[in-house]
Design a protein around this ligand. Structure first.
Ligand SMILES: C[S@@+](CC[C@H](N)C(=O)[O-])C[C@H]1O[C@@H](n2cnc3c(N)ncnc32)[C@H](O)[C@@H]1O
Length: 222
């Protein structure tokens, strides 16, 4: 049962999958609102939300980038359908677009986005290094990536989280693993924030050469 739920969370399918992404729209709302306060999104920004699920984050991003453009991508066709329906008015005005596709191979030219968000999704990416390389490619050199997650290794909910991670065959990084993984992928984690009472984490990264990484990262993990 738990395995099925987590597998559906990783790639929602069918009627149950559509029900689940609508539920996640609600369930991830507080986490997403908190995480998005950690990144600056200009009103004319071009923003990509990877693993957009049911599309509530697209709506929120469109209200922040009120003169910009927001694109969602998800490799679940059912999630894409729910996200399109939810955002149909914004889609009709051309401010939001929702595409079917994987983080590993995204249909965007190099250096397209000012900001890339990923909420509750990196756990499931089949190849984190390939995913981050693709994010790096589509980000503008001045861009930022924000990873928002309701679990991190080492939080007060570690025992529960590790049970989920094992049952769902997922990944879950500690603060240090985030910093190291991002550095290896050519990013610098400029701000790592946690909300210890809830067990949430938000990592904002910029593109940076491996040379200038180190010592720059700012942790708000008290
Ligand atoms: C737990 S849901 C989170 C959905 C949404 N971001 C939210 O916060 O409600 C994870 C989403 O990531 C998507 N996803 C997982 N791996 C992906 C990949 N490799 N490429 C694109 N989307 C992916 C899933 O299809 C699913 O919709």
């Amino acid at each position: 049962m738990l395995g099925r739920l987590l597998s559906q969370s990783g790639k929602p399918r069918g009627r149950f999958g559509r029900f689940l992404v609508r539920g996640m729209n609600l369930g991830h709302s507080g986490l997403t609102r908190w995480g998005l306060t950690k990144v600056e999104i200009r009103e004319n920004a071009t923003v990509l939300d990877i693993g957009c699920g049911g599309g509530r984050t697209l709506e929120r991003l469109a209200s922040l980038a009120s003169l910009g453009k927001v694109v969602g991508i998800d490799y679940s066709e059912d999630a894409v359908a729910v996200a399109r329906k939810r955002n149909q008015r914004l889609i009709a005005t051309g401010r939001v677009e929702v595409l079917h596709g994987s983080v590993s191979l995204m249909p965007f030219p190099d250096a397209t986005f000012d900001c890339v968000s990923a909420v509750e999704t990196y756990y499931f990416w089949p190849d984190i290094a390939a995913g981050l390389a693709e994010v790096r490619r589509v980000m503008k050199p001045s861009g930022q990536m924000v990873i928002i997650a309701g679990m991190y290794s080492g939080s007060r909910f570690n025992k529960r989280n590790m049970r989920l991670i094992r049952a769902g065959d997922m990944r879950c990084f500690s603060v240090q693993e985030f910093e190291e993984t991002l550095q290896d992928a050519g990013f610098s984690a400029v701000a790592v924030s946690v909300e210890p009472r809830k067990g949430w984490i938000c990592v904002v990264s910029e593109l940076g050469s491996k040379d200038h990484i180190g010592g720059k990262s700012q942790r708000d993990t008290a």
